[in-house]
Design a protein around this ligand. Structure first.
Ligand code: ARG
Length: 585
């Protein structure tokens, strides 16, 4: 495992600060940051001077003196009001490259080991089309799973399917009365499955609205479902299974990690709801109001100034979304052992989660040591800036959307490389198109809305996955052109580095810090921005520093090492986002 330059500098400057300024400087963060004015800047003297009421430039000068040049730092200058500008030795930079090279984790040590994160994401609803909101949750959740695992957290995926509720009465009853709708072909595709379910939904709803006797039978089905009646449960299972055929098709296409064991839907918590409600009522955390069991909050008021409660149980005795989430928290803490629970859900549900978390805290289901976070995201908008819908105002079908993205990508790939083996084209188009949809989502700051624009998503320029995939493929192609013995040659640390080599190498050294920042902030767009900066730094490097035609073999070796590490960083970065990095495009 490799210590990053920033960490090494942190240690050195800390020591120097203590040597120069004494005990007051102990445990003061030197605040080392990459800088435009030098390689790094240390800003920690400023807050220290303030607390000591001393002149920051004088203190900084003392620290600079204590930082004698060594194999890590070649120069240290006081700048501005009392910053330290640090220049790092070329040899130290090359040593970092050599140490990371060839390691599958690029030398990044896993950070924490006993953290258990439960992540609730994707969460589509049974018998319904997935919409773009579910796409966002799935894509963001999947990237967070991968990054949390990379940084050493144990991750438990939970796909909180909407698989319970009164609408099942009508669906099951209609299915029972129309056995011809049941028989479905083995190996049915996802779009066939969802078409059938859409028809079932539409027809049963129409019947429910127009035929009061059917509506009565449907209501009795709800009761039968809750009572665990065999025939009813069978119908329910069939509808759930049918929906899963569709979801799994989407998950496959998206290449996300979700599998069937991760599907722990709302129905799973059904047996615990009465117990939760009774517990909350007995302890006075929830109170009866107009027959409903409610939890109130001082700071949650409606537009009329009256408190808006969280409804745990409706006045007809039915349980809803909130009760399920409370039971789920208990299960996730007590049974799954989570110390961090993440909910990747649309921002519009912010109030729901605020109230659920607060209730769970009061009840002790969510102990102080356990963190619960609503990882909120914004909406996907159509080209007109309004919520993304078809022209007819319907939900956009995810599968057609993905097909369209792949088709766009196919045209881009074909135009860019007409000589690509046609047998490879479908696979490449898929990797590029699906990657583009995911990356467009991940690269915008999560809480912001974004416009779904396929042309921009598959563009070869700008901060897109296509740009990164091409940068990666280009590097792989350079490496393929090398003579066999040159491809894996070592690094010559005593060679001087060109400015573009230094910049690229120092950026590559920040991969670990970047992934760490992502799991702390839960903001995958930071990794996207980083990878984009790496690809740009590589382009600068490649323009000014020939690799295959390097001035000497030793220089070539060093540049090959940089190419390899850049390629590996881009690949690992893309894979951490759930995006493929093909060898060739
Ligand atoms: N199924 C819900 C929806 O489609 C989202 C569920 C979010 N997760 C949760 N634990 N409440 O809106």
């Amino acid at each position: 495992m490799v210590k990053a330059l920033v960490a090494a500098l942190d240690e050195r400057v800390r020591q120097a600060m203590t040597t120069a300024l004494g005990v007051a400087a102990q445990r003061v963060d030197p605040l080392i940051r990459p800088s435009d004015h030098a390689d790094f800047q240390a800003n920690g003297v400023l807050p220290l001077a303030k607390s000591l009421k001393a002149d920051p430039r004088q203190l900084a000068a003392k620290v600079a003196q204590a930082l004698a040049a060594d194999e890590l730092i070649t120069s240290c200058e006081v700048a501005g009001p009392g910053f330290l500008n640090l220049t790092v030795a070329d040899s130290a930079i090359s040593t970092q490259v050599a140490a990371r090279l060839g390691d599958p984790r690029l030398g990044v040590p896993p950070a924490d080991t006993d953290n258990v994160a439960v992540i609730d994401y994707s969460q589509p609803n049974i018998a319904k089309e997935m919409h773009v909101g579910h796409l966002r949750s799935t894509v963001i959740g999947d990237a967070l799973v991968r990054l949390l695992e990379f940084t050493g957290t144990k991750v438990i995926r939970q796909n909180h399917l909407g698989d319970w509720g009164t609408q099942f009465g009508m669906l099951i009853q209609y299915l029972v009365e129309h056995p011809e709708l049941r028989a479905h072909a083995e190996g049915e595709s996802g779009s066939e499955a969802i078409s059938r379910l859409n028809a079932l939904y539409r027809d049963s709803r129409a019947r429910f609205d127009n035929d009061p006797e059917f509506a009565d039978r449907a209501r009795r089905r709800v009761v039968a479902l809750q009572a665990g009646d065999r025939e009813t449960l069978e119908g329910w299972r069939e509808i759930v299974a049918e929906s899963k055929v569709y979801f799994e098709d989407v998950y496959d296409r998206l290449r996300v990690l979700l599998v069937d064991e991760d599907a722990v839907g709302e129905s799973f918590y059904n047996p615990f709801l009465t117990e939760v409600a009774e517990d909350l009522e007995r302890r006075g955390i929830a109170v009866r109001s107009d027959g409903a069991l409610c939890v109130f909050f001082d700071d949650v008021l409606g537009p009329d100034g009256n408190p808006v409660p969280l409804i745990v149980q409706k006045s007809d005795g039915g349980f809803g979304y909130a009760a399920t989430d409370l039971a789920a928290i208990r299960y996730r803490v007590q049974t799954l052992g989570a110390n961090r629970i993440l909910y990747v859900v649309d921002s519009r549900q912010a109030l729901h989660f605020k109230m659920v978390f607060e209730t769970a805290r009061r009840a002790g289901y969510l102990p102080g040591a356990v963190e619960a976070v609503h990882v909120a995201f914004g909406s996907v908008l159509g080209p007109d800036g309004k919520p993304f819908k078809t022209r007819a105002g319907d939900t956009v079908r995810l599968i057609s959307l993905l097909n369209e993205a792949v088709e766009h990508a196919r045209r881009t790939v074909e135009a860019k490389n007409p000589s690509l083996d046609p047998a490879l084209l479908p696979r490449r188009a898929d990797e590029v198109g699906i990657g583009a949809v995911k990356y467009a989502d991940l690269s915008t700051s999560r809480t912001r809305d974004y416009i779904f624009d396929l042309d921009r998503m598959v563009s070869l320029n700008g901060n897109t996955s296509v740009y990164l995939q091409y940068a990666h493929a280009r590097i792989r192609s350079i490496l393929r052109k090398l003579p066999a013995d040159a491809a894996n040659a070592g690094v010559h640390a005593r060679l001087e580095l060109a400015p573009a080599e230094r910049r690229l190498a120092m950026l590559l050294d920040q991969f670990g810090a970047t992934t760490q920042a992502v799991v702390e902030s839960l903001e995958p767009h930071r990794l996207c921005g980083y990878l984009y900066a790496v690809a740009q730094a590589f382009t600068d490097f490649y323009e000014s520093c020939p690799v295959l035609k390097a001035p000497s073999e030793a220089v070539r070796d060093n540049r090959v090492a940089l190419c390899r590490l850049t390629g590996d960083t881009l690949r690992l970065g893309l894979e951490s986002l759930g995006i493929a990095a093909p060898e060739q495009l």
